[in-house]
Design a protein around this ligand. Structure first.
Ligand code: HGY
Ligand code: MN
Ligand code: MN
Ligand code: MN
Length: 396
């Protein structure tokens, strides 16, 4: 199963480029359909393009759903997302091997566009489904080439007019459990040897676009004192972001930038920088972003550069339902509870249905990189833990 998926969307350098509604995404979706068919599961695609593979009938309600996403960040790793979907199918196989007889419908899900690598906001498939992202706002999204989300969906054979909240579908879900590779080192650095942990919380986090408006000019004839160079303001803002975040014990990253006209001998007219910021609580996060914005505007005033900030997405703090979380941790023999700064579809779903996450140990902690790895034994432990969880929840 894993081997068929491994080469899909992999760039020559080893990183994955499985971005929403691209050919690589279509290949991942075809793989999901094949896995469902091979297991006699009923495959369906919901109005937002999320894929569901059902064991039993969703109309019976109170389903136990598991899964994750198959898309990636630019040059992402092999495990972030796919490990959760592959483990979900493998856990169903394990239940069948155990002769378990589910009394509730089970489903494996692939949520579309979790990383937001192409259009910006994260968790588009799950946020549309829960109403956290409106269809109007989603239809406005466009990628770096100016292709709108609706156009990309149409090209992939999906109807962008159908997208929107799906409360009837969510009403049939009694619990959602997402298995994910841990993104960080809490398990590997822990004193005891635990290959699987249980999520306790997801930090609040968001994405802000900073537009630095300067004045295009000739790099070879414009005196330094006559320049209005947005790159200067942007560079100082990146430094300020690191300083403010460190002082507040938060995280702030300018990981994506666009420059216009982006010519080696032209002073930029516009620099667009995307800030990803996260903190253990929403007040700290709001304060850090406000300080970074203030630093940008103040520096811009000195450089003759106008700064505009737009919040593109925000995910409030997620405290996973203690009942489900503690039941799973106990079923797994006292698995450790782990907070994380990484966003997940489970974080989005948790506002609507009882939700939990299992983390599989990451030996280096590295993620969102081709260097992301997980040990085979730990992945197998993750499948067993997920099967134990599904059996406990669905098979009385
Ligand atoms: O950005 C995140 O935390 C997630 O991987 N989409
Ligand atoms: Mn990710
Ligand atoms: Mn992920
Ligand atoms: Mn994620």
């Amino acid at each position: 199963m894993w081997r068929e998926l491994l080469p899909v969307g992999r760039a020559p350098g080893g990183g994955y480029r499985r971005h929403a509604w691209t050919d690589a995404d279509a290949e991942c979706r075809a793989w999901f359909r094949e896995q469902a068919a091979a297991r006699g599961l009923t495959h369906e695609v919901d109005r937002n393009g999320n894929q569901w593979a059902w064991l039993g009938s969703p109309e019976d309600g109170d389903a136990v759903v598991t899964g994750s996403h198959l898309d990636s960040v630019p040059d992402g790793g092999a495990f972030d997302g796919p490990l959760g979907v592959v483990s979900a199918f493998a856990a169903l196989d394990e239940l069948r091997a155990r002769g378990a007889r589910p009394a509730r419908p089970l489903a494996v899900v692939n949520f579309g566009d979790e990383e937001g690598a192409r259009f910006g906001p994260a968790c588009v498939g799950s946020r549309l489904t829960t109403g956290r992202l409106t269809p109007e706002a989603a239809r406005e999204l466009r990628d770096a080439d100016g292709v709108t989300l609706p156009r990309a969906m149409e090209r992939a054979g999906y109807d962008p007019e159908a997208i929107g909240a799906d409360p009837e579908r969510l009403a049939r879900v009694g619990a959602f459990v997402e298995l994910h590779i841990e993104q960080g080192r809490r398990l590997v650095d822990a004193p005891d040897d635990r290959p699987v942990g249980v999520a306790s919380a997801i930090w609040p986090h968001g994405r802000w676009r900073f537009d630095f408006h300067g004045e295009a000019n000739h790099a070879g004839t414009t005196r330094l004192e006559d320049r209005r160079d947005p790159m200067l303001t942007y560079a100082n803002t990146v430094l300020a972001a690191r300083k403010k975040a460190r002082l507040a014990g938060a995280l702030a990253t300018f990981g994506k930038v666009a420059v216009e006209p982006n010519g080696v001998n032209a002073i930029a007219s516009l620099v667009r920088g995307w800030l990803d910021s996260r903190a253990a609580d929403e007040a700290t996060l709001a304060a850090v972003v406000a300080e970074i914005e203030r630093a940008a505007v103040e520096r811009g005033a000195r450089d003759g550069v106008r700064v505009e900030v737009v919040r593109e997405s925000f995910t409030p703090v997620v405290e996973f339902a203690h009942g489900l979380r503690d039941r799973i941790a106990a079923r797994l023999g006292g698995a450790p509870l782990l907070p994380t700064g990484a966003g997940h579809d489970a974080g989005v779903l948790s506002a609507e249905v009882p939700t939990a996450m299992l983390y599989v140990r990451n030996p280096t902690g590295v993620s969102h990189s081709p260097a992301e790895i997980a040990e085979e034994d730990d992945c197998a432990a993750g499948v067993r833990a997920l099967a134990d969880t599904l059996e406990d929840l669905a098979c009385p």
